[in-house]
Design a protein around this ligand. Structure first.
Ligand SMILES: [Zn+2]
Ligand SMILES: [Zn+2]
Length: 264
């Protein structure tokens, strides 16, 4: 399986997940044009896409979805609440009913040869989900846009060899930063976003011998920076691994530039 971040952060999110036969996007939160060029630079032909999975209806996850869905006649997957909320946004435009596929948390389904499992996340949107992907005995897990995690989240992500995880903000930077009080409270809240520190704790819960790569994602432009997220997570994870050889590779997804293709 392969995974690549096309865009990541509060200004737009899009992830590519693929197997030898199947090519998927999770979210389409930047323009269709940027997604197309990102895919091409990652060596993926946009014409080979088999579908787009949506996590939730916030603009940074759906901005380019209408254009892509119409141009490539792509099936769109999301919970009924997410899809209805998305269709209410005029910016999305018209999408054929036949392209819409409703998913339910904890109900697995196949797209091509990739087994997809949506699972619930704690976020201020309409029944939002994140996803895990399994093919050929390999598993990739993603979790962004969640204010908190619990044993349910861990049970869904456990065993993944690659993790795409939110490290949204540094709590101190957020607290002393320029965001209005209500926005700070929203981000810090149970239905907001994971801090670097909480993300590190979640990774420690998910450590196992086959965890190869953690891609830190959905970073705030104002309240975080790549080196800080990386160092915070690396320090915490290093203390938890019992043997250096089990330390996963940790990288940070860039806001605008596609990441390397992570292959397992
Ligand atoms: Zn969101
Ligand atoms: Zn988001």
């Amino acid at each position: 399986m392969k995974m690549c971040s096309i865009a990541s952060g509060s200004s737009g999110n899009c992830i590519y997940i693929g197997s030898n036969e199947t090519n998927l996007l999770v979210d389409a939160g930047v323009s269709g044009k940027r997604i197309e060029s990102g895919l091409l630079s990652a060596g993926v032909d946009p014409n080979s896409l088999n579908g787009i999975l949506i996590t939730h209806e916030h603009t940074d996850h759906i901005q380019g979805i209408g254009v892509l869905a119409r141009r490539y006649k792509l099936p769109i997957y999301g919970t009924v609440e997410t899809i209805n909320a998305m269709l209410r946004l005029s910016s999305v435009g018209r999408i054929e009913e036949g392209q819409l596929h409703f998913v339910k948390p904890d109900e697995e389904f196949l797209i091509g040869d990739i087994l997809v499992e949506p699972f619930s996340i704690s976020h201020d949107a309409s029944n939002p989900v994140c996803y895990t992907f399994t093919n050929g005995g390999h598993k990739i897990g993603m979790a962004t846009d969640l204010g908190t995690y619990d044993s349910y989240t861990i049970s869904k992500l456990c065993g993944a060899e690659v993790l795409y995880l939110e490290a949204n903000h540094d709590v101190n930077m957020l607290m002393v930063g320029s965001y209005p009080y209500h926005l700070k409270q929203r981000i810090l809240g149970e239905r907001g976003h994971l801090s670097n520190e909480t993300s590190a704790k979640l990774i420690c819960e998910l450590l196992h011998d086959d965890l190869q790569h953690v891609l830190l994602a959905h970073m705030s432009k104002e309240n975080n920076y790549a080196e800080l997220a990386y160092e915070t997570v690396r320090c915490e994870v290093e203390q938890s691994v019992t043997n250096q050889s089990k330390m996963p590779v940790i990288t940070v997804a860039n806001r605008d530039i596609p990441s390397e293709m992570v292959i397992i």
